[in-house]
Design a protein around this ligand. Structure first.
Ligand SMILES: *Cc1c(COP(=O)(O)O)cnc(C)c1O
Length: 462
């Protein structure tokens, strides 16, 4: 299996190098040259299997000879052993034919753990046998950073630096990043918003001297390994509702477009998915774009669903690449226009996007109201991100097809918003009950490339 860049000019890489690299050297994102498919029989055989067995079947065709079958099985087993639920990704029912896929039973209580725990295992294995060391730098709106730190803390071959927007993450998110004591963990509070953090990260990748000097590796959702790990739960949940014998639909609370893109990959692999619904908060550039209004950046408006507070949605580039018939030049052109503020999507590409994705948005008031009504009608406490999914799913779902809405975080990760909507303050699971007692360690850094580079170089030397 070979991987190519969405901008067409970076070297073609193996799975291992794609995973260890992150962003392509032409500024693009890596995608598989072809999407492997599973037969109906292979999908049907997943019925009743463990999450780990399904994960092996779904991901194996993508990894080439990076790991042997036995090695890969062992990495998967270790990755998900840290989860607090035997099903890993359990489904609960909300209403007739509407289901909630709980993706928050990992160690940092958000779906990011599904990919990050596995990436941690894969990095350790691949780097260990090469005797190589890398510097992981990630940008986060809260959940990626905590999941990455949890996955890489204390590992021998890795230093991990996480850029998060100062004052714009929840206290639980911040503490998950600032309380680990391991010396290879570095939490950097940047004076800016998430898009600034993400832009500085891209700057570092495009600074080849720095990039090669520190052996920079990326674990943001632009990393193909992240997307791949997320394809698995589309299969496990759909099969438990009767796929491949019947269609299912999914609604996905979306920010950087990684999670919903994993659903698209599942569909391309042969999973009978009818609708893939993108749900955004008030930062609704994706919803506007999918409704034909072009892709034009505004400014970020902080919301009660901070993990979706974003204007530049990195993985959307992968969707555009396919919508433009895999024309890397066309994508490079669009991304150059985006640097100037935005672009319009061609009619042909728009048709492809609209055939593939539906979309909706939820305002702040609608998000709160959905948290309140879900508790009353189902007994479920939803986090604000998951509530956006439920609201949009209820608007767009058809009674004939089961709808699975992805619950992307545990309500205790966003207790203020949940308490404001319901009067109930969700408790942290017992295994992290002392989070608020642990000392914090972080560095404030200006939203400035040279300041960030200087800090990272200095920290690596000590
Ligand atoms: C990251 C995140 C999202 C958005 O996922 P993308 O893959 O970036 O679209 C939604 N909800 C929560 C809780 C998250 O942490």
């Amino acid at each position: 299996m070979r991987y190519i860049s969405t901008r067409g000019t970076a070297p073609v890489l193996s799975f291992e190098d794609t995973m260890l690299t992150g962003l392509a050297r032409d500024g693009g994102l890596y995608v598989p040259e072809t999407i492997p498919t599973l037969t109906t029989d292979q999908i049907a055989a997943m019925s009743g299997q463990s999450y780990e067995e399904i994960a092996f079947t779904v991901m194996r065709p993508f990894i080439g000879d990076t790991f042997t079958d036995d090695e890969f099985r062992e990495l998967i087993a270790k990755a998900y052993a840290t989860f607090g639920h035997d099903a890993r990704a359990p489904l609960v029912q909300l209403a007739p034919n509407h289901f909630l896929l709980e993706l928050f039973h990992g160690p940092t209580l958000a779906f990011k753990d599904f990919a990050m725990q596995l990436i941690g295992q894969m990095f350790q294995k691949a780097l260990g046998r090469k005797g190589a060391r890398v510097t992981i730098v990630g940008a986060t709106s809260g959940d990626t950073g905590s999941a990455a730190i949890e996955a890489f803390r204390g590992l021998d071959n890795v230093d991990v630096f996480i850029l998060y927007p100062h004052g714009r993450v929840s206290e639980v998110q911040r503490r998950q990043m600032t309380t680990p004591v391991e010396s290879n963990v570095h939490a950097l509070a940047v004076d800016g918003d998430f898009d600034d953090c993400q832009a500085r990260l891209k700057d570092m990748f495009n600074d080849f001297e720095f990039r090669d000097g520190v052996k920079l590796a990326g674990v943001n959702s632009i990393n193909w390994g992240r997307v791949l790990a997320q394809v698995v739960y589309y299969f496990s949940s759909a099969v438990s509702l009767g796929a491949p014998a019947r269609d299912v639909s999914f609604t996905v609370p979306t920010g950087n477009f990684g999670d919903i893109f994993a659903g698209y990959i599942a569909k391309r692999m042969g999973l009978p998915i009818k609708d893939l619904v993108v749900a955004t908060n008030q930062n609704d550039i994706l919803d506007r774009c999918l409704k034909g209004q072009g892709y034009h950046k505004g400014s970020v408006h902080p919301s009660i669903s901070p993990s979706m507070d974003i204007q530049v949605s990195s993985n959307f580039e992968r969707a555009l690449f396919d919508a433009y018939g895999r024309d890397g030049n066309a994508v490079a052109q669009l991304m150059a226009e985006l640097g100037q503020g935005g672009f319009d999507v061609s009619q042909g590409a728009m048709q492809v996007l609209q055939d593939t994705y539906k979309s909706g948005r939820a305002s702040e008031a609608e998000t709160s109201a959905t948290i309140t009504s879900a508790l009353k009608r189902t007994g479920e406490l939803l986090c604000p991100h998951s509530a956006i999914g439920v609201k949009v799913a209820d608007e767009l779902r058809e009674q004939a097809t089961p709808m699975i809405t992805l619950a992307t975080a545990h309500p205790a990760k966003f207790p203020d918003a949940v308490e404001a909507a319901t009067g109930l303050r969700p408790a942290l699971p017992a295994r992290m009950a002392d989070l608020f007692d642990r000392p914090e360690r972080l560095t404030r850094v200006a939203n400035d490339l040279s300041a960030l580079k200087a800090h990272i170089l200095e920290a690596l030397e000590t």
